[in-house]
Write a protein that binds this ligand. Structure first.
Ligand code: MEV
Length: 395
């Protein structure tokens, strides 16, 4: 895995960054041509992907440095239009790596499909018959997905739930390294007629659930207060103020949404770079933040018995690194290559670490100088560029 500590990277020019990437063998000239759209998405391929296309909207593709996750360095690709996010992530990762980097883990990669049953004349009997047929239904669901089974995935559990007066059949599927939305939808549509026959009702919706609470990413980190200090702000005060900021988000939904938005700045940027469905990740994340009946913080900060700041994040991360859908975008294989071609679970670990780092960077700025100073400097830089490039209007 590439060393992610690239001192001075952010001060280099674009040409210098390019030379460093090539000289280190991190990326090849062909990779860079893809990222620079020379062989990337063309109007005609965009036209094949979605409907009514008339153009392409481009977003910057950047590399965050300094990340160390589970003892391994990783360079993180980020696709994002907002200034400061990449610099902030890299800065937080630099602080965290001084105490060993992020620890992260991902749960099993289980995705959930749902079949909504309506009009069952004997719901209680239907529930019993479905549970009696559980093993057969699981086999049937897997039977037309030999390649998934060969990759170590497959249906793992079938649950029958009551939602008001409706019965809902849920299938939990290990989708291996695929995000699995298409796969689950195909499975649920295939299973529905059999479920209807057993239940005696009508299968209405047959669809993936984006509430990915069986596909979680977790990250934690420990930061010494002495690396948090800056002129006018002693490290122990910054540490305690970050805890107070965390408690604000834990207690107040209005702050929690913004706290989580900052986390999603980092999460979405990597999700986008890796060709994953960021709307799915967003929807799952916010629902998970409200899992206890009140919307709360996805990442929290406390002080441990050694006086160090400890951060923890847990959120659904239904991501894939395999499957045709994510590789349609030509830049995606380059992003995955940069991270050492991770499995879906490893990608979830990296993304969880980025989310936690992004949150640390935001809170660190907020409890000290505020975010506007750095933010406005970068805004001014792009505004100046736009002004310089703007066509001069005629009389
Ligand atoms: C801005 O995009 C994100 C922040 O507002 C997050 C936060 O307030 O924690 C800085």
């Amino acid at each position: 895995m590439a060393n992610s500590r690239w001192p001075g990277w952010s001060e280099k020019t674009l040409d210098e960054r390019t030379s460093m990437l090539l000289a280190s063998g991190t990326l090849t000239p062909a990779d860079l041509r893809v990222l620079r759209a020379e062989t990337s998405e063309t109007l005609s391929s965009a036209d094949q992907r979605v409907e009514n296309v008339i153009g392409i909207h481009s977003v910057p593709w950047a590399i965050a440095t300094n990340f160390r996750v589970n003892g391994e360095d990783v360079l993180v690709p980020m696709v994002i239009e907002e200034p400061s996010v990449v610099a902030a992530a890299s800065h937080a990762a630099k602080l965290v790596r001084r105490s060993g980097g992020f620890q992260a883990e991902a749960t099993a990669h289980l995705m959930r499909g749902q079949i909504q049953l309506v009009g069952c004349p004997d719901g209680v009997g239907a529930e019993r018959r479905l549970l009696d047929e559980r093993e057969g239904l699981l086999d049937l669901a897997g039977s037309s997905h030999a390649s998934l089974i060969a990759r170590g995935g497959g249906p793992r559990d079938l649950i029958v739930r009551w939602v008001g007066a409706m019965l809902v059949v849920e299938l939990l599927v290990d989708t291996a390294d695929a995000m699995g939305a298409n796969l689950i939808n195909t499975m649920m549509e295939g299973l529905a007629p059999v479920v209807e026959r057993i239940a005696g009702g009508r299968a209405l919706l047959r669809i993936l659930s984006n509430y990915a609470d069986t596909c979680l990413g977790r990250a934690s980190c420990v930061v010494d207060p002495n690396v948090l200090g800056r002129p006018g702000y002693p490290g122990t005060r910054v540490r305690d103020d970050i805890v107070a900021a965390s408690q604000f988000a834990e207690e107040d939904v209005r702050r929690a949404v913004t706290h989580n938005k900052g986390i999603m700045n980092g999460v979405d940027a990597v999700v986008l770079a890796t060709g994953n469905d960021w709307r799915a990740v967003e929807a799952g994340a916010h629902a998970y933040a409200a899992r206890n009946g009140r919307y709360g913080a996805l990442a929290t900060w406390r002080v441990n018995e050694r006086g160090q700041l400890v951060g923890q994040l847990e959120m659904p991360l239904a991501l894939g690194t395999a499957g045709a859908a994510i590789r349609v975008q030509p830049t995606v294989p380059v992003a995955l290559k940069l991270m050492g071609d991770p499995s879906a679970r490893k990608l979830a670990e990296i993304v969880a670490a980025v989310g936690l780092g992004q949150n640390l960077a935001a809170l660190l700025a907020l409890v000290t100088d505020g975010i506007q100073r750095g933010h406005m400097r970068l805004h001014a830089r792009s505004a100046a560029r736009i002004t310089a490039a703007a066509p001069v209007e005629g009389p």
